[in-house]
Structure formats: structure tokens, C-alpha cells
Design a protein around this ligand. Sequence first.
Ligand SMILES: Cc1cc2nc3c(=O)[nH]c(=O)nc-3n(C[C@H](O)[C@H](O)[C@H](O)COP(=O)(O)OP(=O)(O)OC[C@H]3O[C@@H](n4cnc5c(N)ncnc54)[C@H](O)[C@@H]3O)c2cc1C
Length: 437
Amino acid sequence: MAWDFETEPDFQEKLDWIDSFVKHKVEPLVHLGFHPADVKNPKHRAIVKPLQEEVKAKGLWACHLGPELGGKGYGQVKLGLMNEILGRSAFAPTVFGCQAPDTGNAEIIAHYGTGDQKAKYLEPLLNNEIVSAFSMTEPQGGSDPLLFTCSAVEDGDEWVINGEKWFSTNARWSEFLIVMAVTDPDGDPYRRMSMFIVPTKTPGVEIVRDVAVYGQQEGSEGYVRYTDVRVPKDHLLGERGGAFVISQTRLGGGRIHHAMRTVGACKRALDLMCRRAASRRTRDGVIADKQAVQMQIADSYMELEQFRLYVLKTAWMIDKYKDYKKVRKDIAAIKALMPKVYRDIAGRALHIHGSLGVSPEMPFAAQVIGSFVMGIADGPTEVHKVTVARQHMREYRNISDPIFPDYSIPQLKEAALETYGDIADTVRELAETAGAD
Ligand SMILES: Cc1cc2nc3c(=O)[nH]c(=O)nc-3n(C[C@H](O)[C@H](O)[C@H](O)COP(=O)(O)OP(=O)(O)OC[C@H]3O[C@@H](n4cnc5c(N)ncnc54)[C@H](O)[C@@H]3O)c2cc1C
């Protein structure tokens, strides 16, 4: 029976190396004033490239990929254990070659791209020589692709794209955008859109502005306008009408990777919370001795352990079934749980640090905003809860109980008597006989 919570010693050695490397060499990068996606920045090249080489030499580069694409094919459980460490730093995924949104974009080009598309875009993307953006959400469409209007129309040997996209992460640094556009407005709702690879320099691609997530120094979320943007026919990614299926392939993996990194971010918040609780003194001792503070530490520890185990179990299921569809309910469930667990733990860490906690001198306010991002990006929590409920209800689809169902106590009692009534009668008779003697 395989039901094991231990890490193999060989892999634990790798995790120990990652832990120390991230702590000493990667965590400092966020203080140097350049963005992880700004790969053409000379500082990025001078500082990040050598670190990436170290990771490659250790055989830990792009571990989310299978061996056919230069990864190790570790699978999701090992990746989960790695991502828990990488989640501590915004730079770590870039240093280890597994940064969003490039991971998802590489995944779909690898899956659906032609030989030419792979040669031109996949190789440099996997090497982090370039970065990419995923341009799906629209200002008016939000999380519902059926409301999207950005269109692509055939014209001779080209597609002509018109429309607007919102929050296309890293658009400003991207070499290309993967754009989801309506190609068959009157078609089946789930076949009306297609995906295109659009080089960012194509005439007509305009970044209206770079929106920042609150607290960010540089806006990384592109508000992008496409005006008569012409791309050759071979820039269609996958088949015409295939955008919905392609985006699902992409988002399944992305969501669990976010959850794995969130475990890391929560661990860091809890660690800092405990350090402060052990250090901050009141007139009668440290605050860790106060029951009210202990409650917050205990709640954080318990919530994190539950969440972590659920993320790892879901990762294990992906490895087992090798089919995201079979794990849809649990991926949606961890996506829905993630913002609350993160918000509660980061919020308590902030609170335990008092005034210092709310200042930008501590990471907690950014983490609390980050927790809200986790509840919005890749679809709002409500939508994922609906998925969990619908998937779960599938098991009950054929049930239609009467008003007094067979689990009501009177019926259960009757059934129990039917099963054990004879024995009960016999025992009573024996007891009466014994009493008569
Ligand atoms: C940091 C960040 C990065 C992102 N990166 C990208 C990216 O790279 N590419 C990209 O295409 N998009 C990206 N997005 C956009 C993201 O996919 C959308 O923000 C998300 O789908 C929600 O759309 P919206 O922001 O328009 O919110 P809305 O759709 O307006 O939703 C707002 C609120 O309405 C409620 N709501 C909406 N729909 C429902 C529903 N069906 N049931 C119940 N309640 C509902 C929820 O409370 C929800 O939070 C990113 C978002 C963030 C925050």
C-alpha cells in the first residue's frame, strides 16, 4: 500500500540546495529595481543569467516540462515541493525557468504549435531569452469568454485582428502575445474563438497603458488595443475555433502552480509571524506568550497544513491520471481555497507586526493584495466554487429521494430491526428465561 508523506533523500538534497540558493542568491533580487520579465535589461542579463546557469548545471531548470522539452519530467508532486520554496520570491520562478505566463504559453505552443511556430517561439521562450503575454481578458468581458468581442477576420493570406484586451501580464516586455479572438461569431459558443501568435512589434498593436497591481513599482498588466493588426495565416495557433479547449489546457496547470507557490508565500508569512511573536516584548514577556497571539499562530499553522496537503494530493492525482479533466474539481477547489488561506495568514502576520506590518517596509500588505489577486486572476473564486459544486453533484445526478428518505431515523430503525430483529428477540427471550430462574 502506497500512502507515504516522506520525501526521497536524493530529492530532499535537491530541495535543500534550492532552499539555500533561493534564500541567499534569489531573494535579494527584488531589491535591485528591475522586473523579472524585463529580460532585455542589461542588469537582468548580468545578474539573472548566471543564476539561471547555476540552476541548469544542477539539472533543476524548467522542471515543469517533460524530457522532450528539456525538463526533467519530475511530475507535479516534486514540482509542488520545489514551488513551495520558489513561492517565497517573485524572481525565483524566472531563475528556475518556470515563470507564468510563459510556462502556460510554452505548454500550449508545445501542444498545439506547428514545427515553425515551435522553432521560432518555443526555443527562445524556454531559454528565457524572450518573454510572452497571454491576451485573453477583455475590459468589458471579464471572466466570461462568451462576452469577448475582439475579432479576427480572414483577408487573403492574413488574419486581421481588431479589439481590446485587459491585464495582459508582461505585454510591455513581451516578444509576442497569444491573442484569443472571435473568428466565428455565429458559431457554437465554445467554437467561436481561435488563438493567434501575434509578435508584439506588429503594426497596430498598441499598449494603451501598463496597469499596476496596487503597490507595484512598475505596471506589468497591459491594456492592449489591436487595430487592424495583420498576421499571416500560419500565425493561427491550433485549429480554428479551438481557443476554448486550448485555454483550458493552459489554465489547468497554471492554477495548481499558483497554489503551490502560494503555499511557499504562506510559509514565509507564518515564519515571520512566529519570529516577531518570539521577539516583540510587552511589559510581562513576549507576545508569543499571549493566548490571543497563540490562537493566530495555531490557526495559521493548521490552515496552511490542510491547504498544503490538499495541493500535494491534487498534484499527486495529476501525476496519477495524467489528465487535467479528471482532476478538475480539485484544481478548482484549491484555486478557490487559495485566496482565503493566503489572506488570513498574511493578514495575521501583518497584524502581529503592528504598525511595521502595515508599512511598505514589510511584505505583508503586498501579500494581502496578492491574496486578492489569487482570487481574481484565472477566474474569480465564485466561478471555481460553482465548478466544484457542479462536479461534485455529478455523483448524485440520478438520485431523487422521496420526502422521507431512507436515511430518516424511523426508516433506519425499521431496517435495523429487519436485519437484527430475530437476534434481538432471541436475546430478550434468553434474558427473560434467565430472570425466571
Ligand atoms: C494580476 C492579474 C494578472 C492577470 N493576468 C492576465 C493575463 O495575463 N491574461 C489575461 O487574459 N487575463 C489576465 N488577468 C485577468 C483575469 O483573468 C481577470 O481579472 C478575471 O478573469 C476576472 O475578470 P475581471 O477582472 O474583469 O472581473 P469581473 O469579471 O468583472 O469580475 C468581478 C467580480 O464579479 C463577480 N463575478 C464575476 N463573474 C461571476 C460569476 N460568473 N459568478 C459569480 N460572481 C461573478 C466576482 O465577485 C468577481 O470577482 C489577470 C488578472 C490579474 C488580477
